[in-house]
Design a protein around this ligand. Structure first.
Ligand SMILES: C[S@@+](CC[C@H](N)C(=O)[O-])C[C@H]1O[C@@H](n2cnc3c(N)ncnc32)[C@H](O)[C@@H]1O
Length: 389
């Protein structure tokens, strides 16, 4: 990819480049043919910028609603929040606040969502290219009135806002980091700011070490389509007293103190809590809500006598369970006419992919996909075969 400059962004924002990009939105995008065609009308730099944007726009569709109107930069796109998460955060976390700062706004994954949710946004970005891209993106979505883009370092600014959001870059020396002190800017800088604003939320890697969080900070976890996406640390009015999990796209939320311990044998139904619930330490609280119990106090698998539909967990009807032996598992699959098997595990040393291969011989074509859970119950290696609810 050719490096973008503020001049390149100005060029790409212009009507002629935008028309070229619209023409490249669909159909094959072969680099040789596309660039050769562009070179008839544009300089080598301009042709490369247009071609790169056409590719980035296609890649961005997974994250950005209206990607076809926006401009991107490869690393900033990779760092940008996924659309449904940014929208949820803007509406649900920042709901009460009218004037919000986005500290390190990148190309606008969050700033655009905050503005679309009706906020007046102060978007600060110190990288000149990203700031220019964000200016374009705000205008392209008709949000320029609501987003003030400031090119600079937010630490040098007086922030006249009710709340702030920060999504610090998690790369240090070219590698991804979960260490809060190695983020850019480090959490300590944000912590200092927290004392001067009514509310601050900071997006963090979900694998963060909770012990590194400052005392008094609130903490929640967000998943999207079953994948853990982010941790959110809250300060001031957002210093949530209890941990929470938010499960998107359903928008279900669970919070509270952890529930009482309840364990029991495998019942008629089996639940795997959403990863945000597990990471927030709310497995027992979820169990209480589902009238379910843990199979083992150390393992985040639940069981119950009755089925419950909830976005906070995936559920299965239990078909068979017992001590894990490969031969027995193969016989269970054959007896239930499984067409495919998905192996999942918690606290089991068995490699799921390797076992799935070995169990292939027991499968019949056309049957249902069944799930084989491998786990440890009171020290014993246990297997549960289930049909998804
Ligand atoms: C992870 S990205 C933000 C992504 C953004 N939330 C999105 O969804 O598109 C972090 C951004 O913060 C910017 N940044 C880091 N430290 C900053 C500072 N002190 N002042 C302004 N911007 C900063 C970086 O240049 C980078 O673009």
């Amino acid at each position: 990819m050719r490096r973008l400059t503020p001049e390149a962004v100005r060029f790409l924002s212009g009507p002629a480049a935008q028309a070229e990009l619209a023409a490249l939105a669909e159909g094959p995008l072969d680099p040789l043919t596309a660039v050769a065609a562009l070179r008839k009308r544009w300089s080598a730099n301009e042709a490369a910028w247009i071609y790169d944007q056409a590719r980035l726009r296609r890649r961005a569709r997974a994250k950005f609603p209206h990607a076809e109107a926006l401009l991107f930069e490869a690393e900033a796109l990779e760092q940008a929040s996924a659309g449904p998460v940014a929208r949820w955060r803007a509406e649900r976390v920042f709901g009460p606040y009218a004037r919000v700062a986005d500290l390190g706004a990148g190309i606008g994954g969050d700033a655009l969502a905050l503005a679309a949710a009706g906020k007046q946004v102060l978007a600060v970005e110190r990288d000149p290219v990203r700031a220019a891209l964000l200016e374009h993106n705000a205008a392209a979505l008709g949000l320029a009135e609501r987003i003030k883009v400031v090119h600079g370092d937010w630490r040098a600014l007086e922030l006249d806002v009710e709340a702030a959001f920060a999504d610090p870059a998690r790369r240090s020396g070219g590698r991804r980091t979960v260490r809060l002190g190695a983020m850019e800017p480090p959490l300590a800088d944000l912590e200092r700011l927290a004392g001067r604003l009514p509310a601050l939320a900071v997006k963090l890697a979900p694998a963060l070490d909770k012990a590194e969080l400052p005392a008094g900070a609130g903490l929640g976890f967000v998943s999207l389509a079953g994948e853990l996406k982010e941790a959110l640390a809250g300060f001031g009015e957002l210093a949530w007293a209890e941990p929470w999990a938010a499960v998107l796209p359903a928008g279900a939320r669970l919070s509270g103190p952890e529930g009482p311990e309840r364990t029991g044998p495998v019942g008629a139904y089996f639940y795997e809590p959403d990863p945000a619930v597990i990471r927030a330490g709310l497995v027992r609280r979820l169990a209480a809500g589902l009238d379910a119990w843990q199979l083992d106090p150390q393992v985040a698998y639940l069981s119950a006598d009755a089925p419950r539909s909830t976005p906070l967990a995936r559920g299965w009807r239990v078909l068979k369970h017992g001590p894990f032996r490969q031969k027995a598992a193969a016989a269970w699959l054959a007896a239930h006419g499984a067409g495919r098997v998905e192996v999942k595990r918690r606290r089991s040393p068995v490699e799921p992919a390797a076992l799935e291969k070995k169990l292939k011989a027991a499968l019949t074509g056309g049957g249902p996909t069944l799930t084989l859970f491998l786990t440890r119950i009171a020290g014993r290696h246990w297997a549960v075969l289930g049909r998804p609810l």
